[in-house]
Write a protein that binds this ligand. Structure first.
Ligand code: NAP
Length: 289
């Protein structure tokens, strides 16, 4: 088996951002609004701060406005809900993103449910997830990371209708909504999780295997059917004394081993990661139109 084709999410996302920049410019030239994204960060989690900063940078790159709200970890739920209510009303804010996780004293589902459904560009509001889950309904927005995975598959001409897709992970952010999108694309979907028995055998049945578990290099070469497509959503920092920073980022898939058997695979970094923000921008533009 020749080594797998590398599905270059970084390049696909760059192309998408260029298209979005052109659409934002065209929208404004036609007298439309400048799309605006509000981000809300509560507390001082360094990883969350980096994610939020990258989202603002990306907005700027495509000509969108962004508004950052940074609140102390001591912020009460009532204060956060008041900010969300204010952002729901603002005409220059088309999309609202509350960065997760929130501090433990705040109930994230309550806050998410308070976001106006037509500004829920992260697609986490239960009404928007419901639209995604119901046959015959059109969701307002597609959830960002799952939509990024679907976009990579689409532009790479990976056939989904009738394919056996195995999704490792059932989180609200990745595994579950991605499974819904794959069902919509006519794949036959198996959702595996921490209670699944004989995970390697389940994975070996997959024409398309998506790993979103947060366990470094869980998926080994012999878990993969020869010729399968493997999408690695995982982002895990592991210690590596040989690396400049003393650590490096790996996915949920043992890349070198799996690339020997798969027909196509996303790398980490440079695979799904860059797609997530591109999809957030796409949703924000959609919210503004
Ligand atoms: P999560 O909320 O922690 O969910 C992990 C899922 O994996 C759960 O459903 C869990 O099962 C399952 N799981 C955990 N260990 C397992 C094991 N040993 N075998 C089988 N299933 C197992 O994580 P998440 O938010 O979905 O994120 C998953 C990964 O994707 C993380 O590495 C995260 O950093 C990354 N991520 C990347 C992006 C991106 O833009 N690239 C975006 C979001 C997340 P149970 O339900 O049974 O507990």
């Amino acid at each position: 088996m020749p080594p797998a084709t590398i599905l270059d999410g970084k390049a696909i996302a760059a192309q998408l951002r260029a298209e979005l920049a052109a659409r934002v410019a065209a929208c404004m030239a036609a007298g439309g609004p400048q799309p605006g994204l509000a981000t809300v960060l509560v507390g001082d989690d360094p990883a969350s701060a980096i994610y939020v900063r990258n989202k603002h940078k990306a907005c700027q790159e495509v000509g969108m406005r962004s508004f950052g709200f940074e609140l102390p970890a001591s912020t009460s739920q009532a204060e956060l809900l008041a900010l969300v209510a204010e952002l729901n009303q603002r005409a220059d804010v088309h999309g609202i993103l509350v960065q997760l996780p929130l501090p433990a004293h705040i109930d994230a589902p309550t806050v998410i449910a308070a976001i106006a459904v037509y500004k829920d560009v992260d697609c986490l509001h239960p009404e928007n997830v419901g639209l995604l889950a119901q046959k015959g309904r059109q969701p307002r927005f597609l959830p960002c990371t799952p939509a990024g995975v679907m976009h990579i598959l689409q532009v790479s001409n990976i056939a989904l209708a009738g394919a056996n897709a195995v999704v490792l992970g059932r989180s609200n952010i990745v595994g579950m909504p991605l499974s819904l999108l794959l069902v919509r694309a006519d794949a036959t979907v198996t959702i595996a999780h921490s209670r699944t028995q004989d995970l390697p055998a389940v994975c070996r049945a997959a024409d398309l295997l998506v790993a979103a578990v947060g366990v470094p290099e869980l998926v080994r070469g012999d878990w993969v059917k020869p010729g399968a497509t493997v999408i690695d959503v995982g982002v895990n920092r592991i210690a590596d004394p040989a690396a400049k920073r003393g650590s490096r980022v790996v996915g949920d898939v043992a890349f070198a081993e799996v690339a020997e058997r798969a027909a196509a695979i996303t790398p980490v970094p440079g695979g799904v990661g860059p797609m997530t923000i591109a999809m957030l921008l796409q949703n924000t533009l959609r919210a503004a139109l």
